[in-house]
Write a protein that binds this ligand. Sequence first.
Ligand SMILES: Cc1cc2nc3c(=O)[nH]c(=O)nc-3n(C[C@H](O)[C@H](O)[C@H](O)COP(=O)(O)OP(=O)(O)OC[C@H]3O[C@@H](n4cnc5c(N)ncnc54)[C@H](O)[C@@H]3O)c2cc1C
Length: 400
Amino acid sequence: MNDSRLNVGLACTAAVVGAAVLNYAEVVSLIKDESGERVIGARIRDTLSGRIKYVYSLSGIYINSIKIYDSRTDCVLTEVLLDDLCATGVTRCNEFETFAKVVVNAAGPFCDSVRKMANSDVTPMICPSSGVHIVLPDYYSPEGMGLIVPKTKDGRVIFMLPWLGRTVAGTTDSNTAITMLPEPHEDEIQFILDAISDYLNVQVRRSDVLSAWSGIRPLAMDPSAKSTESISRDHVVFEDYPGLITITGGKWTTYRSMAEDAVNAAVRSGNLKPDNGCVTDNLHIIGGYGWDPASFTNEGLGKRLAHGYPFLEAEVAYCARHEYCESAVDFVARRCRLAFLDTDAAGRALPRIIEILASEHKWDKARQKIELQKGKEFLETFKSSKNAQFSDGKHNGKPL
Ligand SMILES: Cc1cc2nc3c(=O)[nH]c(=O)nc-3n(C[C@H](O)[C@H](O)[C@H](O)COP(=O)(O)OP(=O)(O)OC[C@H]3O[C@@H](n4cnc5c(N)ncnc54)[C@H](O)[C@@H]3O)c2cc1C
């Protein structure tokens, strides 16, 4: 599964069925009612240099413009003009307030920082655990075959599975601090290589690693539980401040059930009277039907972005227009998975991706330079064999 496509498909599906979707929008504080007893909204920072982008479903409804006000000063922060499916506005201030009957906190490993905005004394729910994955060439999983070892000699789980034309292997499970860009350690990569080598009759080389990355699992503890034994991989839904529902933990594979539990908790908290129950069970995700590959092959953007990978130039333009793609990193990491599949191929594709995004978003030369710099810095956090930092501190830079 290409989970970046599923993630974007979910956001776009939400927009189509009526949600206002914002990316690069950080909750910086929560707003409470006059008595201070209930959360009634959030203050949001636009982290994309003052520009906010919206996508709306316009089925049967026509809106010409929307104004966003600063509720404290009554000043208009922005006027958003709508055209077809997209609306773009330029803000004069990069923060604004939004109000809701119930606020749902789904900030993953960061959810405790949002809970602390309501009550600085709350007990943390998250026990962050880092997990490293590596990507190897396709010949490690021939003919779509994979391998999972439920218990290695030191008691861990290890797997090697076909993924998007390559082989993904993992994983580790270690305590970590919560950071935006966790990096895999060389010993974690080596652990995975050693563990899978035990089950193959070829030696797996460090130079075969096309990409390596680390993620933070939001292992959750029910704050109402009496002991830490409640830490689990299941999800937890909790309202520890009236009006603020936190949903965390869980798995990708259980996202619909998590959504349903969170929506039902929000209905109870806000005493809402919806016309129907949660619809997630039967909701089709955009991209899962009516799919036409020709959508990606117009305007002479038919070349592949990287040798050996299916991603087309036209996908960059499509993602910029329809999928909130606002940076080169968005594309290589969160619209396709090229950075995760092959870090060096992603690095080689960056200049062309930036050129197409520049034409879509009217970026000047200075912005293009910044994008290239940020893209390279981001890819440095992926430890392909080229990026390998060995224990003697040397940056190798050459295949082993
Ligand atoms: C190594 C690893 C392996 C995994 N393997 C599997 C697997 O095999 N199968 C499976 O089903 N699941 C797996 N998972 C679990 C799954 O990926 C996670 O459970 C899932 O990504 C968590 O989703 P989430 O939406 O809760 O959090 P996230 O995906 O972390 O999303 C939280 C979002 O909140 C945003 N945010 C944070 N603070 C703020 C703020 N103040 N304002 C606004 N936004 C904010 C963040 O930027 C982020 O985009 C794995 C996870 C890891 C790390």
